[in-house]
Structure formats: structure tokens, C-alpha cells
Design a protein around this ligand. Structure first.
Ligand SMILES: [Zn+2]
Ligand SMILES: [Zn+2]
Length: 281
């Protein structure tokens, strides 16, 4: 008999606490603190989370030199995206079961559920055991990723004394807590808003859409219907107006020769073929 998954008290405690502490940032405003926060949210998070965790580790949309792959994974940990193997396993589960009962953040259960509330309950598949080996066997076979998955919490916490040492309590609040809160909500909007409000380029079986404001805020991740249609494509913007900063980072790395085998977006004729393939499937 399988027991019903309960509340995830660890997540409830941390997510709530970080939101409450982040509010104290308003008493410590400085231009330096603001700039550090913005750099974290709009420059480092797209690198660590979008390029590293999502497009490289999860979808293998390009091949990267080992030093770059490992650095991006460490950056994702430092930015508070959690252990990479867990992130990848959950996200692959999301793609496999998108908008069904088995989707970890099923958008049919409403905006707040897919945005944040799913994190407050223990996931059924996660509770059932070997989900990491099942959904992330490639990472489970990589000793560096296994180590990162084991010790991630120490690395993530190490950012706080480092920020304090550089800029005192104000920088801890702006560069640590507030930055993390914004990063999380932007990442979560991809799961919530980009499954609800926008237009569709591809007739996928899920409810994914391209949501323009998430496209901008999340550095390209908001073109989510495109992404669900062709998950291993390194570019999430497939039309000229779908600007995708994260893909520009990948192109830059390619220019330097640090990445290769970059999966490109379809050309307009391939775009029509892809659309037709979906309609026939
Ligand atoms: Zn999705
Ligand atoms: Zn994805």
C-alpha cells in the first residue's frame, strides 16, 4: 500500500523564511546592493540555471567542455536552484508528464499550485525512492554531479558569509535573500504563467504557451511552448521577436570554442515540418 504524500516541512520552512527575511532588504538599500541583486537575477541566474541546469544538464541541447559544465552546475547551486540531479529529475518528469496528474507542477491545479504550492507537498514520485537514478541516470553516473548533489547545501550556505565579508548585512539581504526570492519567482513563472497566459507556435499536447513577459524576465525561458515542442533545442526563441538572452550566452561560448553540437531552432521550412509532425502524431 502506498501512503499519501504529506507536507514538505523543510521546503515550507525555508521558502517562507527566505521571503520574510528578504522583506528586511528595504531597510538596507544602496545602489551597490541593488546592482549586485540585479546581476544575480538577470546575468548569473540565466547562466547557472537556464544555460547550466536546464539546457545543458537536463536537455543536453549542446555539449560543453567539462570545466564549463561543472562550473555552470556549481553556479546553479550557489544561486539557490537546489541540487542539480534533483532539479534535472523533476524537470524531466515535468516534460514526460506535462499537465497531467504525474506532472510535479501540474498547471491544471491552478496558478498557485504550479507556481509555488507544489513545493509545499512531498512529491509522490520523489517519495517513492529511486527517482534520481530513474530520471537522471546520466548525472547519477557522473562522480562530480553526485558529489555536488550530496554537498550542495554547504556550498549554497557559504554564499552568505562570503557576501557578509564583502558588503555586510545589506549585501547579505540584497545579494542573498532578495536576489534568491526574485530568482525563484522568475523560475517558477515558467512553470505557472508559461503554462497559462500567452500564444502557441506549436500544437503540443500540454497547455504550454509563449508568455512574452516571462520571456523577458526569465532571459528566454518564457518561450515555453517552443521549448516543450522541441525540448533539446538550445534556443527557446524560434521567431524573430522571441528574444532569448540565454541562447546568446550559448552562442558566445560556442564562439570561444567552449561548447559544440548546439541544437539550433528550426528554420521556417523546418518549423512548418515540425508543426505538421505534431499534427500527425
Ligand atoms: Zn513546462
Ligand atoms: Zn525543459
Amino acid at each position: 500500500m502506498t501512503s499519501k504524500p504529506g507536507l514538505n516541512h523543510v521546503n515550507i520552512f525555508w521558502i517562507t523564511s527566505i521571503h520574510i527575511v528578504a522583506l528586511a532588504s528595504i531597510f538596507y538599500f544602496s545602489w551597490t546592493n541593488l546592482i549586485v541583486c540585479l546581476v544575480g537575477v538577470f546575468l548569473l541566474a540565466p547562466l547557472g540555471i537556464n544555460v547550466g541546469y536546464h539546457r545543458l544538464l537536463c536537455h543536453r541541447a549542446f555539449v560543453a567542455d567539462t570545466w564549463l559544465r561543472n562550473s555552470l552546475a556549481v553556479l546553479g547551486v550557489l544561486l539557490g536552484a537546489g541540487p542539480p540531479m534533483h532539479w534535472v529529475a523533476m524537470h524531466r518528469m515535468h516534460h514526460r508528464y506535462s499537465d497531467t496528474d504525474k506532472d510535479p507542477h501540474n498547471s491544471n491545479l491552478g496558478f498557485w499550485y504550479s507556481h509555488i504550492l507544489h513545493l509545499f507537498r512531498k512529491d509522490e514520485q520523489e517519495a517513492s525512492g529511486n527517482y534520481l537514478e530513474r530520471y537522471a541516470p546520466d548525472l547519477a553516473a557522473d562522480p562530480f554531479m553526485v558529489k555536488l548533489n550530496r554537498y550542495w547545501i554547504w556550498l549554497a550556505f557559504a554564499t552568505l558569509p562570503a557576501l557578509y565579508f564583502v558588503g555586510g548585512l545589506g549585501l547579505v539581504l540584497w545579494g542573498g535573500f532578495l536576489r534568491l526570492m526574485f530568482t525563484w519567482h522568475i523560475m517558477w513563472f515558467v512553470n505557472s504563467a508559461s503554462h497559462m497566459w500567452g500564444y502557441r507556435n506549436y500544437p503540443t499536447r500540454d497547455k504550454t504557451v509563449n508568455c512574452w513577459w516571462v520571456g523577458i524576465l526569465a532571459a528566454g525561458e518564457g518561450w515555453h511552448n517552443n521549448h516543450h515542442a522541441i525540448p533539446n533545442c538550445a534556443a527557446h526563441g524560434h521567431k524573430w521577436w522571441e528574444f532569448d538572452i540565454s541562447f546568446q550566452f550559448i552562442r558566445l561560448f560556442e564562439f570561444f570554442g567552449w561548447v559544440r553540437d548546439v541544437k539550433r531552432p528550426p528554420t521556417s521550412s523546418q518549423f512548418v515540418d515540425a508543426e505538421a509532425a505534431f499534427l500527425q502524431s
